[in-house]
Each structure stands twice: as C-alpha cells, then as structure tokens.
Design a protein. Structure first.
Length: 80
C-alpha cells in the first residue's frame, strides 16, 4: 500500500501544478482574447450549399454510390 500512496501523491501534485498554471490571469486572458478573435473571424464566414437533390445524387454516384436495389446478390453456396 505504500507504493500506491506515493503514486497518488505524484498524481495529486501534477494536477495541482496543472491547475496552478491555468489559474494564472495571463493565460486566462489570452484564451479569452483568442476565443473573441476566433468568434469575430468566424462570424463573417457563411457556408452556403445550393445543390439540388439531383445534383447531390449525381455527385454521390460519381463517388461510387449505388442503391441497394441496383446491386445483384450472388450466392455461390447454392440455395436450399
């Protein structure tokens, strides 16, 4: 049990260092500013998908899509 206790103390110590690092105001301010800048940049991006259903199907077929009723099933073992 002594060995497990020393492992737990090391884990607790590492967790404490981790939280001490992120409790620093400079880190938190930097993360907040990064989130604000990213939100501002991404608010101007508009993704518009203007494809009709037939265009989507044509694109999918060009990539190899097949409907299940178009596929032939061959049973080499024979049916009973």
């Amino acid at each position: 049990m002594v060995r497990g206790s020393s492992i737990n103390k090391r884990i607790v110590y590492k967790i404490k260092i981790f939280f001490d690092f992120f409790s620093d105001r400079k880190i938190l301010i930097g993360i907040g500013i990064g989130i604000l800048i990213t939100t501002f940049i991404m608010s101007g991006v508009k993704i518009q998908y203007q494809m009709s259903k037939s265009q989507i199907e044509d694109k999918a077929r060009s990539m190899g899509m097949h409907y299940p009723d178009e596929m032939k099933v061959m049973d080499k073992g024979g049916s009973k």
